[in-house]
Design a protein around this ligand. Structure first.
Ligand SMILES: [Mg+2]
Length: 378
């Protein structure tokens, strides 16, 4: 059960249509695909999406990991991840100078280790973690489009497909946000609606916008102001607005989860495997939120179905899971997961029962995404 090889492949996975949010427009996802092979020939797969930082430093750091992994047991995930973090960002101790950065970079390694371990013992990862609590996970309908008309018509489509929670990106200008939220509310009837300005608003703007948008019966506003405003920024906003708030970019680490959850500033924490460093970090943050009676909502970055599969494994084991979770693979022109079919049925995906993370890779799609990365303009 020892590791024989470690490789990283950079990919570019195009979106079906341009993605619009408060930070502008994006045409695809940069992905570092991580392969870990054992002496028995078992292949573990994971991915590190380059959403919150560029892919080149991610590739540089990932390429330093190989000597730390070769010859080590696939069972030693906690120890290996600790070693990788310490060698990369610590100074001969286990302390990390850059936990947020390290989490984003090395989550793909952690996921590949879990996939390899699960396949080695022929069990889904949730069984190794102590068993699943949920048999299926519920997701929100993620509204896409550039114009108000496009957003409204996609919202109707998602609502008709059976999604009970709809999710709209705002932070694209006061008038646009108002018109888009109004149109979406009209097209989805009484279904639950959440909005996410992605830190775009100042405290003053947030207070005014939340007041204006509250007439559209919003269930939650996600990270309305910059994470740099800290817990106090969200806490002060919450005092003056009636709509529940969620923390997203404010929480990556267990320490941040404890500070945010104990403050009373938010009713929900939106966080995923790539902010928390993988499955173990995600479970740690979820446990902290649970102590404060706060649910965890799976967060997505520009990722593929590999992360969806890993998230299903992890999320199925936590009791305090929200029912409006996020998936992103559906935005891709072509996903990297060949089987099983991940498309939600009435907003729900069944937890995967195959060994490891539970999926089969689409090798042809990987080849095409490898070529797409090589052909990107430099
Ligand atoms: Mg968000």
């Amino acid at each position: 059960m020892k590791i024989k090889d470690f490789r990283v492949t950079p990919l570019f996975c195009r979106f079906k249509q341009p993605y619009f949010w408060a930070q502008g427009r994006h045409d695809g996802a940069h992905i570092a695909l991580v392969h870990i092979e054992t002496e028995e020939g078992i292949l573990g797969l994971g991915e590190t999406p380059a959403t919150m930082m560029p892919i080149h430093p991610i590739l540089s750091f990932l390429n330093t990991v190989k000597p730390l992994l070769i010859g080590q047991s696939i069972c030693d995930i906690s120890h290996l991840i600790r070693e990788i973090y310490t060698r990369s960002f610590g100074i001969e101790t286990a302390s990390h100078s850059s936990p947020r950065i390290a989490n984003q970079i090395f989550a793909g390694v952690e996921l590949a280790l879990w996939d390899a371990l699960g396949k080695t013992v022929n069990l889904p990862v949730y069984d190794i973690l102590g068993g699943k609590i949920h048999k299926e996970i519920s997701y929100f309908g993620f509204i896409q489009g550039d114009t108000v008309d496009e957003l409204s018509s996609h919202a109707k489509e998602l609502s008709d497909d059976g999604f009970e929670v709809l999710y709209l990106k705002v932070g694209r200008g006061e008038d646009f946000d108002f018109q888009a939220t109004k149109a979406v509310r009209e097209s989805i009837g009484g279904k639950r609606l959440r909005v996410d300005p992605n830190e775009a608003w100042s405290s003053l703007q947030a207070e005014n916008m939340i007041r204006k948008l509250s007439q559209f019966d919003l269930e939650m506003v996600e990270q309305p102001i910059s994470a740099l405003s800290g817990v106090n920024g969200l806490k002060s906003l919450k005092t003056n607005c009636s709509i529940p708030l969620a923390a997203d970019q404010s929480v990556f680490t267990p320490e941040e989860a404890e500070t945010m959850c104990s403050s009373g500033a938010v009713n929900l924490v939106t966080v995923g495997l790539h902010e928390t460093g993988g499955i173990l970090g995600f479970k740690k943050v979820a446990s902290i939120a649970e102590v404060f009676g706060i649910d965890i909502c799976l967060h997505g970055v520009f990722e593929t179905g590999i992360t969806t599969c890993a998230s299903l494994q992890a999320a199925s084991t936590i009791p305090n899971l929200d029912d409006g979770n996020q998936i992103m693979f559906q935005l891709l022109e072509e996903d990297l997961v060949l089987k099983p079919d991940l498309r939600p049925n009435s907003g729900k995906i069944k937890v995967l029962t195959g060994p490891g993370l539970g999926f089969e890779l689409n090798e042809d799609a990987v080849k095409r995404a490898t070529d797409a990365y090589k052909n990107l303009p430099r």
